[in-house]
Design a protein around this ligand. Structure first.
Ligand code: SAH
Length: 394
C-alpha cells in the first residue's frame, strides 16, 4: 500500500472530514490514477484512505477516515446501500431522483440518477472510474434494475485526465423516457439531455413555484433559462394564463412545448423563444411588456470562486432587468447554481440588482437543491444551488 505524506499543518481539513486534498498540500508520495493510498500527516499519523489522482488539482479524494476500513468491493456496496437507504426515507414526489450525490454520499466524483427503470451514472473522478465495475454491479443488484446508461461527459473528466464516455453500461434500448414529477409528466433523453438528462435538483422548487403562482394569482409568467420547461409546466399547473419559456437550446424548447401538450394544457398558453435571456429581457422591457412572475435559473456563471466577480455582474444584470419587468406584487424566483457564489453573496447580488432597478422585495423563501442532492456538514462545496423567492414591493 502506497503512502502519501502531507506538508506540515495540511492535515487540518482532513481532520474536519473534508474529503479533498489539493496538490499543494502534498509533501511526498504518489500512485497510479485512482489507486487507493494511505494518507498521513507530516508527523506520520493516519488521516484517511483516499483515491490518488495524478493529474487533478484535487490530488486526493478521501474514501474513509477509519484506519480499519478496507477499500474494496464491499466498501462500495456499503456506501451505495447507505445512499439508497437515505433516499428511501426522503419524501420524493417523483419516480426520478438522485441516488448518489458524490462527496455527500462518501463516493467522490460519482453521480447516479434514477429515471423510472433507468439508471444514469457519471464517473467524474479517477477513483470511481477505477472501481467502476464493482460500482455498476452493486448498483444493479441493489436497485434491482437492469438498465444503466453512462454519461461521463462532464468537463471535470478532462481535469482528471479521463476521456469522455457515454453509452449503455448495462442493458439497452430507448434512451427517451417519461417520468412523473409531482402531478406532471415530463420526457427526457438520457443520451442527449443536459447533465444526466434533466435537472432533478429543482424538483421541489418547481412545486413551490406552482403553488406560489396559484396563491398570488400570477397570470403572465416568464421562465428564463427554461431548459425543457419544468417551471413552465409548473406555472401552467398553477393557473398562469400565459407562459413564455426562453432558452438558447432549440431541442430543449421543443421538449418544453411538447410538455405543455403532454400535460393537457392549451398550447396557445405557452410560447417558446429560442434566444439569449439577457437580450430577451431587454427586448421585453423596450416593448413595454410586464409579468406577474419571473423565473431566472441560469447555468453556472461561476464554476469556482475565481470566476465570482464576473459572474456577480452577470447575475446582477439579469436580476435587475427581471425586477424592472415585474409588476408591483410580482414574484421573482431567482437562482444561482454556481459553487463559486455563496448564498450570502447571492443575496447581496440580488439586493444590488433591486437597488439599481430600483425595486424592493420581501424574501418569501430561501431555497436549495432537493434533499436527494444532499449537503453534508463537512463539505460546504456541496452547497451549489441557492434560490430566493422574492415578492416585489408595490
Ligand atoms: N430551469 C431548468 C434548468 C435550467 S439549466 C429546469 O428546471 O429544468 C440552464 C439553461 O440555460 C440550459 O437549458 C441552457 O440551454 C440555457 N442557457 C444557457 N445560456 C443561455 C443564454 N445565454 N440564454 C438563454 N438560455 C441559456
Amino acid at each position: 500500500m502506497k503512502s502519501i505524506r502531507l506538508r506540515a499543518g495540511k492535515e487540518r481539513s482532513l481532520q474536519r472530514r473534508h474529503p479533498w486534498v489539493f496538490e499543494s498540500s502534498l509533501q511526498k508520495g504518489g500512485g497510479d490514477p485512482g489507486e487507493t493510498v494511505r494518507v498521513e500527516s507530516h508527523e506520520g499519523q493516519f488521516l484517511c484512505w483516499a483515491a490518488f489522482s495524478p493529474r487533478s488539482q484535487i490530488r486526493l479524494r478521501a474514501w474513509s477516515f477509519d484506519e480499519g476500513q478496507r477499500i474494496d468491493a464491499a466498501f462500495f456496496e456499503a456506501r451505495i446501500a447507505e445512499a439508497l437507504a437515505m433516499r428511501k426515507r426522503l419524501p420524493i414526489a417523483s419516480d426520478a431522483l438522485r441516488l448518489i450525490h458524490g462527496e455527500a454520499d462518501g463516493l467522490p466524483g460519482l453521480i447516479v440518477d434514477r429515471y423510472g427503470d433507468t439508471l444514469v451514472a457519471q464517473f467524474g473522478a479517477v477513483g470511481v472510474e477505477r472501481w467502476k465495475s464493482a460500482i455498476v454491479s452493486s448498483l444493479l443488484k441493489q436497485t434491482g434494475l437492469s438498465r444503466l446508461y453512462e454519461r461521463s461527459d462532464a468537463s471535470a473528466r478532462g481535469l482528471e485526465g479521463l476521456e469522455e464516455r457515454t453509452g449503455w453500461l448495462h442493458g439497452e434500448g430507448a434512451t427517451e423516457l417519461t417520468i412523473a414529477e409531482h402531478q406532471w409528466r415530463l420526457s427526457l433523453d438520457v443520451a442527449t439531455g443536459h447533465k444526466t438528462g434533466y435537472y432533478l435538483d429543482q424538483r421541489d422548487n418547481r412545486k413551490r413555484f406552482a403553488d406560489a403562482v396559484r396563491h398570488y394569482g400570477c397570470k403572465r409568467v416568464l421562465n428564463c433559462y427554461s431548459y425543457t420547461g419544468g417551471f413552465s409546466v409548473a406555472a401552467l399547473a398553477g393557473g398562469a394564463e400565459r407562459v413564455i419559456s426562453v432558452d438558447s437550446s432549440a431541442p430543449a424548447l421543443a421538449r418544453a412545448s411538447a410538455h405543455v401538450a403532454l400535460n393537457g394544457f392549451e398550447p396557445g398558453r405557452h410560447e417558446a423563444r429560442d434566444a439569449d435571456v439577457n437580450q430577451t429581457l431587454r427586448g421585453l422591457l423596450e416593448a413595454g411588456e410586464r409579468f406577474d412572475a419571473i423565473v431566472l435559473d441560469p447555468p453556472k456563471f461561476a464554476p469556482t470562486v475565481a470566476h465570482a466577480e464576473r459572474a456577480a455582474r452577470a447575475y446582477k444584470d439579469i436580476n435587475r432587468l427581471a425586477f424592472k419587468l415585474l409588476v408591483p406584487g410580482g414574484l421573482l424566483f431567482t437562482f444561482s447554481c454556481s459553487g463559486g457564489i455563496a448564498p450570502d453573496l447571492f443575496h447581496k447580488i440580488v439586493a444590488g440588482a433591486g437597488l439599481d432597478a430600483p425595486a424592493d422585495g420581501y424574501i418569501l423563501e430561501r431555497v436549495a437543491a432537493a434533499p436527494d442532492h444532499p449537503q453534508t456538514i463537512c463539505f460546504p462545496e456541496g452547497e451549489y444551488l441557492k434560490g430566493l423567492l422574492v415578492l416585489k414591493r408595490g
